[in-house]
Design a protein around this ligand. Structure first.
Ligand SMILES: O=C(O)CCC(=O)C(=O)O
Ligand SMILES: [Fe+2]
Length: 240
């Protein structure tokens, strides 16, 4: 992997480096998964990952509850992210099943993943170039550390074919993916040593014709869900 030439936004991390190695090994052992031929980032595709029926179920859920998308930090460009999005109900049976399937492909614990986010782009809508990892100097970083830390891998699934436009473009890595119903795109947001990789900069290009539906799952380096598990002293007295 080449040396990072863009802005540095974090530090190396043995834990994130290990996660990267393990996921790459798992994906490379999967005959259904292909690695994109790019040098500076680890990007993989899994065609027909999701059945048409499952894509349609998720599209229905997105249409039911999508609201204008938000950003983690204010941006001066009002056109930066114009899509609609929604956090799907993590505990709905279909979402749970699909979540589990995604996590299994990458070999990551489902509890490390944020809730599946659905997104819908109407003609003219887009998500301009950004990185999915957190900027470790940003105001929100302390909060992110409490809930699972850095985002490592992204898994994104196209839920429909788009008439025109709406490709996912990695301008620095030099690769572009056309929406294809059921196809899952996966990439490591980190470099091999666990430092955020600026070459994963990507853009959801403007949809020109038709509507684009996707779901995105961001995996954290640690558990994102931290359910409270009570523990007991011998004899039955509750400890926590
Ligand atoms: O719409 C796309 O193709 C990209 C979406 C994206 O970058 C994201 O959800 O983080
Ligand atoms: Fe993104």
């Amino acid at each position: 992997m080449s040396k990072q030439v863009g802005k540095v936004s974090g530090t190396p991390s043995p834990n994130r480096a290990r996660i990267g190695r393990e996921v790459v090994a798992k994906l490379e052992a999967n005959p259904a998964v292909k690695r994109a031929k790019v040098e500076t980032a680890q990007i993989f595709t899994y065609p027909d990952f999701l059945s048409d029926a499952d894509c349609d179920i998720l599209v229905g859920m997105i249409d039911e509850s999508a609201r204008p998308s938000t950003l983690l930090a204010a941006h001066e460009d009002p056109e930066f992210r114009t899509s609609s999005s929604t956090d799907l109900d993590r505990w709905a049976a279909d979402v749970w099943r699909i979540d589990d399937h995604i996590a299994n492909v990458l070999g990551l614990p489902p509890a490390n993943a944020e809730t599946l986010q659905g997104q819908r782009y109407a003609p003219g809508q887009q998500f301009r170039a950004h990185c999915d990892y957190f900027h470790e100097g940003a105001e929100y970083w302390e909060k992110m550390l409490e809930f699972g830390g850095q985002r490592t891998w992204t898994a994104m699934i196209y839920l429909n074919d788009v008439e025109e436009g709406g490709a996912t473009w990695f301008p620095r890595a030099g690769v572009r993916f056309r929406p294809k119903k059921g196809l899952m795109l996966m990439w490591n947001n980190m470099m091999e040593d666990g430092t955020p990789n600026y070459d994963t900069l990507h853009e959801g290009m403007r949809v020109l014709e038709g509507t684009k539906y996707i779901v995105t799952k961001w995996f954290r380096e640690n558990a994102w869900i931290r359910g409270h598990v009570p523990t007991y002293y011998a004899g039955g007295e509750q400890r926590t």
